[in-house]
Write a protein that binds this ligand. Structure first.
Ligand code: PGA
Length: 254
């Protein structure tokens, strides 16, 4: 009998929102997701709105996550936010190594590993984001790139800790472009990721692997039908209650 992994849908708001928008989205989602416990749901608002979101969620069926964190525990790091602070305001998870962090803010695998350790140290579940660029895919290096990003995490954290992570495969060429990987392309990479983890000695069947990159209400069913796709990390389509809900409901019925 295979392990049953509950589907997970996470909204990454990126640098979008306001007090008003946070209220609208969080209240709208909590009202509609009540009782839909066949899947898990989460949102990642920008830092200033985390505490507000936490109080709006209350006991609601929405997990709260941050989009980034500092690898440092505290101190003179102007502009940074620690894992303990995220925990303090009610986060249960955090995105680590999103491709925008890697490409725009110079996050290397070494920094990503340090951030993963900081998150785990505070009991926050990290969502480790991996993915290749279009040039890397076209030159046949997609698996090598993703395998290297994963390998850095396994090497840095050790096999035991890897089972505490969620992995999000987000091909860079599909993020915010409206160009999704086909379900078959995504499935092939997810199977590769699960295989890599298994070969490293990780209990890969228990690790959730999310797909991200232009997921929307129209393509979610096809993606969720794939055997190694355990949910989605959603950017643009998470900024409207109705669109995000349709993806959440696709996860529930899959
Ligand atoms: P997108 O973003 O859904 O807007 O492509 C996904 C992400 O970057 O997590």
């Amino acid at each position: 009998m295979g392990t049953v992994r509950k589907k997970l849908v996470i909204g990454n708001w990126k640098m979008n929102g306001s007090l008003e928008k946070t209220k609208l989205l969080v209240e709208g989602l909590c009202a509609e997701l009540q009782g839909l416990d066949l899947a898990g749901f989460g949102v990642c608002p920008p830092f200033p709105y985390l505490a507000q979101a936490a109080s709006l969620i209350g006991e609601g069926a929405l997990a709260l996550g941050a989009q980034n964190l500092s690898a440092e525990p505290q101190g003179a790091y102007t502009g940074e936010v620690s894992a303990a602070m995220l925990k303090d305001v009610g986060c249960s998870f955090v995105l680590v190594g999103h491709s925008e962090r890697r490409s725009l803010y110079g996050e290397t695998d070494e920094i990503v590993v340090a951030k993963l350790k900081a998150a785990l140290g505070q009991g926050l579940q990290p969502v480790l984001c991996v993915g290749e660029t279009l040039a890397e895919r076209e030159s046949g290096q997609a698996e090598l790139v993703v395998g290297t990003q994963l390998g850095a995490a396994v090497h840095g954290l050790g096999v035991e800790s890897m089972s505490r992570l969620v992995v999000a495969y987000e091909p860079v060429w599909a993020i915010g472009t409206g160009k999704t990987a086909t379900p078959e392309e995504a499935q092939a990479m997810h199977a590769y990721i699960r295989n890599c983890l298994q070969n490293c000695g990780v209990d890969a069947a228990s690790v959730s692997i999310l797909y991200g990159g232009s997921v929307n209400a129209a393509n979610a069913d096809g993606l969720f039908a794939q055997k190694d796709i355990d949910g989605a990390l959603v950017g643009g389509a998470s900024l409207e209650v109705s669109g995000f809900l349709m993806i959440c409901k696709a996860a529930v019925r899959s």
